[in-house]
Each structure stands twice: as structure tokens, then as C-alpha cells.
Ligand binder design. Structure first.
Ligand code: UDP
Ligand code: MN
Length: 276
């Protein structure tokens, strides 16, 4: 395909849902995400960008029909890598609203930008910790760059963007322009790809919050919750396959994720009860 990418087969469509997997934990997430996408009846390709992950962890993704595209992490400089190493980033820009799992490596997030090197006309990127709950192929007709606001505490959050779901148009020119902006002397992107993309696309188009509904909304802003409207549910911070201290508060969402992660039936989303 091009430098730094190696696909296991050709594209079947001009459009693709794309996610990223750099370790076994996110492969678990991606399996549930891919199954959710298959259940929506999407006609787009399903693409998993992955680093050096064990074949056994990728096999369930392949079995769901995914096109596996092996990628190198970005060729960023030692100074960039040191500034964005997990401990350094957590010390300089602590997470105060939730906890990042031990298997989350901030530097890996930047590999999302490889999607601009793919051989598709239009892609929608979705984090591996999300579920697509209804057919959302309409998003392929949206321009670059659309994303939803990073809302999970208050209306003030509508100022910020979340990079767990976004629309993009792959282009080598864009990829190279991004690389020229990303790793400049002294660069520190405190929320990694999210901060970078917000800066690269300052006029980002807003998707409805329902295109990237963050799990904390369930308890922090229950008035915003509407199962009939939610397209993509995103488990930001703690993951539904972990034991964590918000698990009881988020139980119905975790149970839903588990239904998708298993092989059995999934519930009718529109008829689920809302937050208490
Ligand atoms: N990711 C990954 N390995 C990592 C960190 C991130 O594969 O070590 C990918 C994965 O697709 C993940 C996304 O990048 O969903 C962003 O990370 P995460 O979802 O944990 O961030 P959050 O949504 O909690 O901000
Ligand atoms: Mn995420």
C-alpha cells in the first residue's frame, strides 16, 4: 500500500469503518465493536489498524470479516516519544475525571493518523472501546472533518471535541502535512491525537452528541441519555472488560457491551430502560 502499512488483502469498498488495536486488550474491544458493526448491516469495509499484536488476538477480528492492516507506530522523534510516554504525560497533564487503564499507552494513540494513508475515499474512525448501535453509514457522506463534542460532565464540555469517532478522507498529502505539524520541537499534545486533531482541524464540524455518547453521561447528565437516538456508545476512561470502581454505576452499559462481546443475542436498543 504505502510506507508503514501492510494490508492482508485488497479493499472491497470505497468506504471503511476503521479502528486501532495495539495490544490484546484493545483487540477484545475491537471484537465487540466489529460485531456491532456487522449487526448494523453496514456495506463498508471493516478495517483494523494494528501493530505487532499476537495472531491469536487478531484471529477473532479476521473471523468477523475485518481487513487487517499492520502499521508501524509513527516515526516520531525520541524527544516526542519521551514527552508522550505514559508516566511523563500523566505527570504533566494528570487525568482527574477518570482513570486510564494500565494497558493504555498514550503514544500508541497517534497511530490513528495512519488512516490518512489508507486506500479509501471515505472513512469513519471509531475507537476500539465503542459500539455502533444502529446503522450509521450515512456518516460516509459527511465531509472531513466531523467529530462529536467531548461531553460527559456539563454543557461547558460542548466546546471540546472527542476523537473517538470522526469522519476523514484519506490523502497522502494530508498525512504528510500532519506529520510536518505533529512532531515539532517542544511539541506536547496533552490529550494526544485528540488535541492534535482539534488543532489541525480548528473548524471541525460538530456531529450530534449521539454519534459518540460517552459512558459517563449515563450518571453525570442523565437528561441527555436517549436510547432511541444513540448511534455510537463510547466507553471512555475505564473499559467494560476491566474491573473498575465505576462498574456498579455503569452496570447496564457494561452488560450491553458484554452482550456484543459474546456470541449470543443483543437487546433491542430502543426498548432499553434509561438512567434512573
Ligand atoms: N489504543 C490502542 N492501544 C493503546 C491506546 C489506545 O490500541 O495502548 C487505541 C484503541 O483503539 C483505543 C483508542 O486508541 O480505543 C483510544 O484510546 P482509549 O479509547 O483508551 O482512550 P479514551 O477513549 O479513554 O480517551
Ligand atoms: Mn476510547
Amino acid at each position: 500500500m504505502t510506507d508503514g502499512l501492510l494490508a492482508d488483502g485488497p479493499a472491497q469498498s470505497r468506504r471503511a469503518w476503521v479502528t486501532l488495536v495495539t495490544n490484546a486488550d484493545y483487540a477484545l474491544g475491537a471484537r465487540a465493536l466489529l460485531r456491532s458493526l456487522v449487526l448494523t448491516g453496514t456495506s463498508a469495509d471493516l478495517v483494523v489498524l494494528h501493530t505487532d499484536v499476537a495472531v491469536a488476538d487478531l484471529a477473532p477480528l479476521k473471523a468477523l470479516g475485518a481487513r487487517l492492516v499492520q502499521v508501524d507506530l509513527l516515526p516520531t522523534s525520541p524527544g516526542f516519544n519521551a514527552a508522550h510516554a505514559r508516566d511523563a504525560l500523566h505527570a504533566r497533564a494528570a487525568f482527574t475525571k477518570g482513570t486510564k487503564p494500565p494497558f493504555h499507552t498514550p503514544l500508541d494513540n497517534f497511530a490513528k493518523l495512519r488512516l490518512w494513508q489508507l486506500d479509501y475515499e471515505a472513512v469513519v474512525f471509531v475507537d476500539a472501546d465503542a459500539l455502533v448501535l444502529r446503522n450509521s453509514d450515512v456518516l460516509f457522506d459527511y465531509p472531513e472533518f466531523c467529530a462529536a463534542p467531548n461531553v460527559y460532565e456539563s454543557v461547558a464540555d460542548f466546546h471540546r471535541m472527542n476523537s473517538g469517532v470522526f469522519t476523514a478522507r484519506p490523502s497522502a498529502a494530508t498525512y504528510h502535512a500532519m506529520m510536518a505539524r505533529l512532531d515539532v520541537p517542544g511539541a506536547f499534545w496533552r490529550r494526544t491525537d485528540q488535541t492534535f486533531l482539534e488543532s489541525y482541524f480548528p473548524d471541525w464540524h460538530g456531529l450530534p452528541v449521539f454519534c459518540n455518547m460517552l459512558q459517563y453521561v449515563w450518571f453525570a447528565m442523565p437528561q441527555l441519555w436517549d436510547w432511541k437516538a444513540i448511534r455510537i456508545l463510547h466507553f471512555q476512561y475505564e473499559k467494560p472488560w476491566q474491573d473498575h470502581d465505576k462498574a456498579e454505576q455503569l452496570r447496564p452499559l457494561i452488560d450491553l457491551w458484554r452482550a456484543y462481546a459474546g456470541d449470543g443475542p443483543v437487546p433491542d436498543i430502543a426498548s432499553l430502560p434509561g438512567p434512573a
